[in-house]
Design a protein around this ligand. Sequence first.
Ligand SMILES: *Cc1c(COP(=O)(O)O)cnc(C)c1O
Length: 377
Amino acid sequence: MTVFRGPGRPTYAEIDLKALAFNYRQIQKRIPPGVGILGIVKADAYGHGAVPVARRLEELGSPYLGVAISDEGVELRKGGIKAPILVFSGVFPEDVHQSLKFDLTPVVFQEESLRLLSKAAGGRRKKLKVHLKVDTGMGRLGVRPESWGAFLTEVKRFPNVEVEGILSHFSMTDEEEVPYTVEQWGKFQEALAVAQGARVFPRYVHIASSANLAAFPSYSGNLVRPGIILYGAYPSLFTRQHLQIKPLMTLKTRVQYLKTVPAGTRVSYGGTFVTKRESLIATLSVGYADGYSRRLSNQGEVLIRGRRAPVIGRVCMDFIMVDVSDIPGVAMGDEVVLLGKQGKEQIPAEEIAQETGTIAYEVFCLIGKRVPRVYKG
Ligand SMILES: *Cc1c(COP(=O)(O)O)cnc(C)c1O
């Protein structure tokens, strides 16, 4: 394990790459043989650090990686990643040059993108691979099914563009939404049939992200696109029963300061917390600027000596205070876990998500740049 020798502040996120390998294999077990795992590493691998995560996914045999924007693809290439990289967000004119220079595969759903890409590729006497997106019910990016046939005909007019893949995106992650997912799958099959009719034969076909992978492993195509489950969190409650995974991230700090205060003491901005008894209060060097949400004010809990301590008063930009009166033996320098496991206790991302009115995805993405990532495994 890497020992953190940072600038002194003991706040960091430990990322367990063994857990990544474990989750990857759990996914492999769920999907039909011959289906590849396109590891989603957008948004700095959901806050886990894009390059180290991508490197491990490459070692695990991930045939493709996925990012949201072109700059994220460039970061991976500069970090030495060789695997093919798919860029989901569409083609912005400024990206065309980057796609070619760094060998990134854009997702395309507009004629204008084809024109730009084909022209740039032709100028370099290259063929550029693209994946075409059809909208089967997400209502975000992608060609509507009624325009899909015409779009495929258009694609054929651009000889420097090669269709390597066709994809869509499921929008429902909850058990109650099964019929909608079935409908989307049906529309995707129709779109593939239309492609075949138009003599477009992509090497890759893909639609499933984490939620569908857990619940509908047969709706896969020949690539699946897990994100959140690679990082060990569940896209929604009902997916838990289908898949056993391990979180990668533990957000840690140490007790920076301890003091005993009398009953009636106000704590933090606005004095929203008043001690009811003589209390032992620990100040921790982590705050909302690190991605520890201000909504956890008087709400959150942290782990010290394997036990839960409540956050008291408002979360500050750089600090929180916790009441450790009920935990015997707390000392300055004690390890504190804000997210993840300590001893037998655990604060999962899903718990923080619930307390802050969001989803685990956002909890991870909010962990700030100021928090060093330290890798183990
Ligand atoms: C983010 C994303 C995924 C991964 O979603 P998860 O729910 O994290 O598995 C898959 N496909 C596309 C197009 C995405 O944008």
